[in-house]
Design a protein around this ligand. Structure first.
Ligand SMILES: *[C@@H]1O[C@H](CO)[C@@H](O)[C@H](O)[C@H]1NC(C)=O
Ligand SMILES: *[C@@H]1O[C@H](CO)[C@@H](O)[C@H](O)[C@H]1NC(C)=O
Length: 517
């Protein structure tokens, strides 16, 4: 492609004569060796002159894109010529160099305009543009987009943009004062995070080349939540049963609520409302998780039900309320307790049957079956328990007692509740049977016989008698007396005496065999 310019004498150099100026136009990116122009023709030079004049190219920057074929008198591409590298956005883009000839010195200026080819597509600096746009953004809100760059010029340069889809946004192309263009995305239809959280769009840049080249950038629009949703508890009332012996930290229930909002607006804090009263001391709610745990000592016997009012509050201040009803389940955690109200101890052995020995009260703090108590005593004892009224028992004699047979009883009262497993309590009363003088002394033998030598000295011991008494104490203490009967018309006491304490029988006087045998 050559174009011969009109030769003009523009300036006169001291030692040289500019004889002409040749202008060529070539597209960029021609292969090496491609013909740029024929200077023999265009400058009116012949090949001999070129050789004798040692024709060569002179460039100011010493970079030779174009070379001179002296043999043929042609200019050819010597190095790859990239218009964009050479001139960037400067247009037109030309290479300027001189052809120097010596003997005589000749300078010929050559201009080679490098024509753009559409070798570049529009390019966006980023692959993706991220936006976070509040769902409260109003139609007309503008969001500036990246501009694409296309190094090509002219018709090959960037020409237009397109946005897709355009459900919510339109594209607006604007011009800066310097003529450069930029694009904006303009909100048309309000965003609703709850409907669509993320919008993915594509911005395409087109150049005007033929064939047309394009560049794209992804646009991600995250819709930022506006706190337009209140938390909602999963249930209006949570019901739960809880064993009264649940330890501290035991999980009662985990309440949950959902908030369709995102981020802080969807972050829910759980709390007990102040109206929960005394339950606040016994339960704890995890602000973050909604998990309710036991904090204090539950006692079915003190409180059988709790009602906790709970709030779920999001950071935007919107709340929902619910409540948790806790039924405390009685656990058989209390053994029966036997209290002795009165205890007659000892009782005389002659106490009549059904004599009251003790009054008992039995208590069990548990409820229901766990608190129902049965009392009993061993059946082989001469006693029985009689229930006078609820939880009150009398321990009474059931038989005639005999201290001499059994002077003491260990009476174990067993109280057992009906829980499962059950608790039992034993209480042992040691009952002493007091003596009644119901036994007469009994001699070891019905009769005693003793022999004494006559002429005995008075006071000699004749024999000892012994009586026993099954009773105890004074009732068993024995004194011996001589029944004053007549022996041969004479009082027996004139013959013998008895030691009241020991039962030793002594001669009172000296006996005479001939008088009394
Ligand atoms: C009653 O129990 C006490 C103490 O366990 C014991 O010393 C005593 O021998 C028991 N009495 C009877 C009659 O079992
Ligand atoms: C009470 O006594 C009964 C039998 O006498 C026994 O089986 C039970 O284990 C005792 N209970 C306690 C708490 O000692």
């Amino acid at each position: 492609m050559k174009e011969i310019s009109v030769p003009l004498v523009l300036c006169v150099f001291v030692m040289t004569v500019a004889r002409g100026q040749v202008r060529y136009s070539i597209p960029e990116e021609m292969t090496k060796g491609s013909l740029v122009g024929n200077i023999v023709q265009d400058l009116g030079l012949d090949v001999k002159r070129l050789k004798s004049g040692r024709a060569r190219i002179f460039t100011e920057d010493s970079r030779e894109y174009i070379g001179l074929n002296v043999d043929k008198g042609t200019l050819v591409v010597k190095e790859r010529i990239d218009r964009e590298e050479l001139c960037a956005q400067v247009s037109p883009c030309s290479l300027h160099f001189q052809i120097i000839l010596e003997n005589p010195m000749e300078l010929h200026r050559i201009d080679v305009e490098i024509l753009d080819i559409n070798d570049h597509a529009p390019v966006f600096a980023r692959k993706e543009i991220d936006f976070q746009i509040s769902e409260l953004a109003l139609p007309g809100a503008r969001f500036s987009l990246d501009s694409a760059q296309d190094p090509d010029t002219g018709t090959n340069a960037l020409k237009s943009y397109m946005l897709n889809p355009t459900d919510n946004f339109d594209l607006k192309v604007l011009s800066r004062n310097d003529g450069s263009k930029y694009v904006e995305m303009v909100l048309q239809v309000p965003l609703d995070r709850e409907t669509q959280e993320e919008h993915k769009l594509t911005l395409t840049a087109f150049d005007g080349g033929s064939p047309q080249k394009t560049g794209t950038v992804r646009i991600s629009v995250m819709v930022i939540d506006a706190n337009d949703n209140a938390p909602v508890f999963s249930l209006p009332v949570y019901r739960v049963s809880l064993l009264e012996n649940s330890p501290n930290g035991a999980v009662v229930i985990k309440v949950s609520s959902t908030d369709n909002d995102q981020g802080a607006n969807g972050e829910i804090a759980y709390s007990f409302s102040r109206s929960s009263g005394k339950a606040l001391d016994l339960f704890h709610i995890d602000t973050k998780t909604g998990e309710i745990t036991v904090k204090g000592d539950l006692d079915y016997e003190r409180a059988k039900q709790f009602e906790l009012n709970i709030d779920a509050t999001d950071k935007g201040g919107l709340t929902d309320s619910s409540k948790v009803e806790i039924d405390i389940i009685d656990v058989n955690d209390n053994p029966p307790v036997i209290s002795v109200i009165s205890f007659s101890n000892p009782i005389p052995e002659d106490a009549a049957p059904e004599t009251v020995i003790a009054m008992l009260n039995v208590k069990d703090l548990d409820s229901g079956k766990n608190g129902q108590v049965k009392c009993s005593i061993a059946t082989d004892l001469p006693f029985k328990l009689k229930s006078s009224e609820q939880n009150f028992y009398s321990l009474i004699t059931d038989q005639i007692l005999d201290r001499e047979k059994m002077s003491e009883y260990n009476i174990t009262i067993a109280a057992i509740d009906e829980g499962s497993p059950s608790f039992s309590t034993n209480k042992t009363l040691t009952l002493k049977i007091s003596d009644v003088n119901d036994n007469a002394p009994v001699f070891q033998r019905q009769s005693y016989t003793a022999y004494v030598m006559e002429n005995n000295s008075p006071g000699v011991s004749v024999l000892s008698v012994k009586a026993h008494d099954k009773d105890s104490g004074n009732n068993a203490r024995i004194s011996y007396f001589l029944e004053d009967i007549l022996v041969n018309g004479v009082s027996a006491s004139t013959f013998i005496s008895v030691n009241a304490e020991s039962g030793e029988i002594l001669a009172v006087r000296s006996f005479d065999y001939e008088q009394t045998k």
